[in-house]
Ligand binder design. Structure first.
Ligand code: ADP
Length: 197
């Protein structure tokens, strides 16, 4: 089993890369952003609550996000491993994830950050906003607020994972294939070879 956290600022390419890596390594991809958007689209209570935060570019409160993540993990008891995309984003979430995995005799094997400059990210997000219709991608102030949330609440997790020797960084600028290759090189170094089919 292999469990990965994909880490990086909004627009870094986590979702795009997760879609390739999940096929390549037979992993279940959990994107908290996607689960929130699914709930918003379906008008659930969770969606209505999350929307009030997401529309401003704020993080959704920890407990709401943590409970949702637990449900997603528990829906997939037979998974060969997970890619966590967009989670954890705060210290409380990182600790909750460790606790949840420990309960299930699981652990995070690696956290891999996709690096890119803010200017590149803003450009990517505005382009994505035109195609996806995501309102949080269509306004530079909202995007900047998301970067602030990242710097304040999420960036400290780098140290958390470094202390556990689990933090890796790859250059997030390049073609999609090049970046998948860079991520794969990191995964190959931590993959327990015997347990992979
Ligand atoms: P991006 O990484 O491009 O910002 P996501 O799709 O991962 O996009 O997330 C969109 C929004 O959903 C975030 O700005 C935030 O409001 C909310 N969200 C996603 N994951 C979390 C999380 N782990 N904790 C709190 N809020 C979250």
């Amino acid at each position: 089993m292999i469990n990965l956290v994909l880490f990086g600022k909004p627009g870094a390419g986590k979702g795009t890369q997760a879609n390739f890596l999940k096929e390549k390594y037979n992993l279940k991809h959990i994107s908290t952003g996607d689960v929130f958007r699914y709930n918003i689209k379906n008008g659930t209570e969770l969606g209505q609550l999350a929307k009030t935060y997401i529309d401003k570019g704020d993080l959704v409160p920890d407990q709401v996000t943590i409970d949702m993540l637990r449900d997603e993990v528990e829906k997939n008891p037979d998974a060969d491993g997970f890619i966590f995309d967009g989670f954890p984003r705060t210290g409380a979430q990182a600790k909750a994830l460790d606790t949840l995995l420990k309960e299930k005799d699981m652990q995070i094997h690696a956290t891999i950050a996709l690096d890119a400059d803010d200017q590149v990210l803003i450009k990517r997000l505005l382009e994505r906003g035109k195609v996806s219709g995501r309102t949080d991608d269509q306004d530079v102030d909202k995007i900047k607020n998301r970067f602030e949330e990242y710097n304040e609440k999420t960036a400290p997790l780098i140290e958390y994972y470094q202390e556990q020797d689990k933090f890796h960084r790859v250059n997030g600028i390049g073609s999609i294939e090049e970046i998948t290759q860079r991520l794969s090189e990191v995964i190959e170094t931590i993959r327990p070879p015997k347990t992979i089919k």
